[in-house]
Design a protein around this ligand. Structure first.
Ligand SMILES: [Zn+2]
Length: 409
């Protein structure tokens, strides 16, 4: 049985060039005594937009591990897959994020719901205040999604063998958050469905927009996160789920204001966490090109102009997780006049810098299709300025994410 360690971080790399630079950040953490499992993740959506195959992520991870002599565990995550998309990922992945958000709210059969409620009456005694009507309502809302997770899990297990991969179930890409008491019912249902889930990704309260900070009530998030930790602990003891079960936070990257909260709660409880913070590596590549100046800066400026022109198309797949105020975006002509320093100041997520522009950052975050369009030219620029880019990638991952979340100060 493959077990996931207490701390793991999901890292994404749109163009597959930053594996060693990312892994270097985990080595820095290890040098301070904090062992974190790197998980390279790339969703079907990203593969489709960039035009890559899941095998390329496995190749990247293996190569990075060899190059840097990483001796710890590492995983390759088929991120946000479903029954229709999982097959291409079977060979390369040993971590599967089974996304059932689309099935939330679709009712399971009345018989199945009645049967579930009668078998799970013991849950009414759980310490989270579950009432009979909430049990029934939650079953109606989530049972079909859980059954779907079971189907996908069994499909993978049949192809790869049970115990040879880590199963995550994600419900984050939906409009309404799951409350801790709903999470109890969902985990009981997953156990009943025979899914040995090791990471569960609920939707938390508040906005998790791409590449920018959390928007919401921090005190409320802390209570919810603490309650969810208690639910996970209870589910392991009561439902026979794997002892390694932990929360997965699909952060959409850069939820800096949540890190001290999560850190505090992990220390208080001894719990672990899986943090997905995929998208910012690509933003560091753009920052690297802008920093390098010359042709590389001009390429970054040209890509921005292209993103600005295609904003509707680029935003559409991410509509629920971005808030771009178009009136606050600089025009392509303005950006074309910027120095590398000015470009980087607008792009990089430094909330104390008055030049930081979250609208531009979100647009670039979802604009990687434009870099894919520039193909060879883009990849060539990355290679030419490898040192500048790699340093930014490592530094961002370590200093902005790993250190505040997990490394003692
Ligand atoms: Zn997600």
């Amino acid at each position: 049985m493959i077990n996931l360690e207490r701390f793991s971080i999901g890292i994404g790399d749109r163009f597959g060039r930053e594996g060693p630079a990312q892994l270097a950040a985990f080595l820095k953490a290890k040098a301070t005594g904090v062992v974190i499992t790197p998980v390279w993740n790339k969703s079907n959506r990203e593969h489709t937009i960039v035009g890559t195959h899941p095998d390329s992520v496995r190749a990247e991870a293996d190569a990075a591990v060899r190059t840097l002599n990483w001796t710890g565990s590492y995983r390759v995550d088929a991120d946000h897959i479903g029954l229709k998309t999982v097959d291409r990922f079977i060979g390369a992945s040993d971590f599967f994020t089974i996304d059932v958000a689309d099935f939330i709210g679709q009712p399971a059969s009345a018989d199945a719901v009645r049967d579930f409620v009668s078998r799970q009456r013991r849950l009414l005694a759980c310490p989270f205040g579950l009432t009979e009507s909430t049990l029934e309502r939650t079953a109606q809302k989530y049972l079909l999604a859980v059954q779907q997770a079971g189907q996908v899990y069994r499909h993978i297990a049949q192809a790869k063998g049970a115990g040879t991969f880590i199963a995550e179930v994600s419900m984050d890409e939906t409009d309404t958050p799951q409350t801790p008491v709903e999470l109890v019912v969902i985990l009981a249902a997953l156990a009943g469905e025979g899914v040995p889930v090791q990471t569960i990704a609920p939707k938390f309260s508040g906005r998790f927009n791409k590449g920018v900070d959390y928007v919401g009530d921090l005190a409320k998030f802390e209570r919810e996160f603490a309650d969810d930790l208690a639910v996970v602990d209870y589910a392991v003891r009561e439902f026979g789920l794997p002892a390694t079960l932990k929360l997965s936070v699909h952060s959409g990257s850069d939820k800096f204001s949540l890190y001290p909260i999560i850190r505090r709660q992990l220390r208080r409880t001894g719990a672990g966490v899986h943090l997905k913070t995929a998208g910012t590596t690509w933003l560091e590549e753009v920052a690297g090109l802008a920093t390098a100046g010359g042709d590389a800066l001009r390429l970054a400026q040209a890509m921005y102009a292209d993103m600005h022109a295609h904003i509707d198309e680029l935003s559409q797949p991410y509509a629920t997780v971005i808030d771009i105020d178009r009136s606050r975006l600089p025009t392509p002509a303005e950006v074309a006049g910027w120095s590398g320093t000015e470009f980087v100041a607008a792009l990089r997520h430094d909330q104390r810098n008055p030049r930081f522009n979250p609208h531009l950052r979100q647009l670039v975050h979802v604009g990687f299709k434009i870099a894919a369009k520039h193909g060879a030219e883009y990849l060539h620029a990355l290679e030419t300025h490898r040192h500048v880019v790699a340093e930014l990638v490592t530094d961002n991952l370590y200093r902005n994410h790993i250190e505040p979340l997990l490394v003692a100060s």
